[in-house]
Design a protein around this ligand. Sequence first.
Ligand code: 15L
Length: 263
Amino acid sequence: MPSTPDKPVLITGASGNLGRFLARTLAAEGWTLRLTDMVPFPDALPERASFRRIDLADALEVVRLVEGCGLVLHFGGASTDEWAFESVVDANLRGLYHVYEGARLAKARVVFASSNHAIGFHERSETLDADCSLLPDSLYGASKAFGEVLARLYWLKHQVETVLVRIGSCFPEPVDERMLSTWLSYPDLGRMMIACGTAPAVGCSLLWGASNNSRSFWGKDDRKAIGWAPQDSADTFANAVLGKVSGDPVAEKYQGGIYTARG
Ligand code: 15L
């Protein structure tokens, strides 16, 4: 693929914090974007971008939006530790299936924003590689694990390429001690999406969505093949957040933090 994708790129969840950042960043790279969310896009539309408000549970709408795209950055869906099944079922299960059906028909590549909560019940003392077992810590984490499994099905059966990104904690800055291990800077996320969108072939690969943090819980992944390496590090924030812990022994034992203790 050239450095600017030749077909439009769809971003789901475009009105969320990460979606808005990616819309700005990728538009500035010259990408042509289709943006979608259930709620209005709160910013001025970047150049070469359009926005359509849809519910990912609506199969026809999703398939229509993906039509003609070469890449889908799938950031849509419930993004916190929801315990009501209904709150994840539409966006995270049905919606994901619709995105994959759209990608199959359009022959588009998918980047799926998975989460560390798909593996959150691994202990913090472990260093995990990409092929570790899925140990979700919440219904939200289980919906992300479903997404990872669905991606593998669509790769093996329909040759739909995916980069699975197990995002740690993508915020402007780390806000507690756990994030010294899990933090992903916005600029590293932006560079990662550019690499995922422009790598010649990705198959069904997996990236740990974290910056270059010396306290990381995570090891091997497919970054070399994709051509991405993080440039930022949570280490520079260590003095500010060391000692900021939850006080909950379960949350402190496991990688998923407070998600493992709730419910
Ligand atoms: C996530 O998956 C959430 O979307 C985000 O709000 C954070 O809770 C993050 O994980 C985290 O684990 O820090």
